[in-house]
Design a protein around this ligand. Structure first.
Ligand SMILES: Cc1ncc(COP(=O)(O)O)c(C=O)c1O
Length: 417
């Protein structure tokens, strides 16, 4: 739990109030916590980097709207995310558009709307974008996404350093980039790398940024490119499981600061941007589910809840994890007198499949029917990264807590009941 949300009573008061007013299963997002996390990022890295928020991590429209006053840029990865961002009031000029399989219709909409930059991931995409820009009589600013040939150990998800769908492999850059540079209706204004994410290892993050700086320097020299923007995919991870330690941003800044200073001096006209999603929103969100039934089965106490992997796939261990491990979770209590004996519980969702399991042998105060369970680190890759329609249970509500006030910001309205 973050230091700012470690006041259990205050936290549980909001979680219980959200469940009571809007129902469960519920995602509850604390906007003030997102703001505090952003402050932390700016304090540690603000002298080098602006911050770009990856919409994929949580595209809730109300959050995107709130972010307008806080974030520098957005990165979208589909025409759908681009439309959501525009509807939330974002000026397309502040949006970059990544994604390895951009379709013609998405490129056309983005170019027509004056997207800030297309982040090109292939020659195919560059030619298509050039043809569309030519038709519209425009020159479209682009960044080129590069895939380095190595990613240090310690990233939960690796997008380069091996065969990968993402970006132009650095080995092919000398061949492909000049061809993109020659397209008359595109203007290369910079480069982009997102090669790994969910790292809790400060050294791995620093090593990865060193690789980025090397790749950016080499590529700019080879292309004679004077970049206006260089995007660093942060890779910053968050603790999900008991015992994991949050990153110390100040220590990262301390370790790599001198190198970033030198890099910035080498590219004085380039805006350096840190692109990230989960670091900002993940720990600011909780998934609240209610115990529907408790079963004592062959020595195990099983709490069966109204939301499971259908709502929170990641917590069930089925979103890119090799092994399921319990997320941090707690029973939502209203006051200290709720304290009672702690027992191991298995936590199941409502689905008729044995993989719908949110916890195994979790030590929790005794759960009974009607109790609320809060799963932590649920602010990123939640509802939109889950198979919401599987077995047709109600969709989760989404609640934003801002200045102590609760607001229903549910995006995905479905059948309830
Ligand atoms: C291009 C790109 N940008 C940003 C992100 C966001 O990553 P995270 O939410 O882990 O910060 C990803 C994650 O896969 C990505 O592929």
């Amino acid at each position: 739990m973050s230091p700012r949300l470690d006041n259990h009573l205050a936290l549980d008061h909001h979680l219980a109030a959200a469940a009571q007013r809007f129902g469960t299963p519920a995602y509850v997002y604390f906007a003030d916590e997102i703001a505090a996390r952003l402050d932390g990022l700016r304090q540690a890295f603000g002298r080098w980097f602006a911050v770009s928020y990856a919409v994929k991590s949580n595209p809730n429209p109300a959050l995107l709207g709130w972010m307008r006053a806080h974030l520098d840029y957005l990165d979208v990865s589909s025409g759908g995310e681009f439309a959501l961002s525009q509807q939330a009031g974002w000026d397309p000029a502040w949006i970059s558009f990544t994604g390895p399989a951009k379709r013609e219709v998405e490129l056309r909409r983005a170019i027509t709307a004056n997207v800030g930059e297309l982040v090109l991931e292939s020659l195919r995409e560059a030619r298509l974008a050039d043809a569309i820009a030519a038709e519209l009589g425009r020159v479209q600013p682009v960044l080129i996404r590069l895939a380095p040939d190595r990613v240090p150990k310690g990233f939960g998800d690796q997008m380069a350093g091996r065969p990968s769908a993402f970006g132009v492999d650095v080995e092919d850059a000398a061949d492909i980039l000049p061809q993109i540079a020659a397209l008359p209706h595109l203007r290369i204004i910079g480069l982009h790398i997102y090669s790994g994410t969910q790292s809790l290892k400060a050294d791995a993050i620093c090593d990865n940024w060193r690789i980025f700086m090397q790749v950016f320097s080499d590529t700019c020299a080879a292309l004679d490119l004077h970049p206006e923007k260089l995007i660093f995919g942060s890779g910053l991870g968050i603790p999900y499981h008991p015992g994991e330690q949050a990153l110390d941003l100040a220590a990262i800044a301390q370790t790599i600061g001198a190198e970033l200073d030198a890099f910035k001096a080498r590219f004085p006209d380039a805006r350096l941007v840190l692109e990230l999603g989960r670091y900002l929103v993940g720990p600011a969100g909780y998934f609240v589910t209610q115990v529907v039934s408790v079963k004592q089965s062959r020595g195990s106490r099983i709490a069966i809840c109204d939301g499971g992997l259908n709502n929170n796939l990641a917590a069930s261990g089925n979103f890119g994890m090799v092994l399921r491990r319990n997320y941090v979770m707690h029973r939502v209590d209203r006051d200290p007198s709720d304290a009672c004996e702690t027992l191991p519980h298995d936590i199941s969702g409502p689905l008729c499949t044995s993989i719908d399991k949110l916890g195994g042998a979790v030590a929790l105060p005794r759960l009974d029917e009607g109790d609320l369970l809060a799963i932590h680190a649920a602010g990123a890759y939640g509802p939109t990264a889950s198979p919401l329609h599987f077995i047709s249970h109600p969709l989760p509500v989404e609640v934003m807590v801002l200045g102590g006030q609760l607001q229903d910001i549910t995006r995905l309205l479905g059948e309830t009941g």
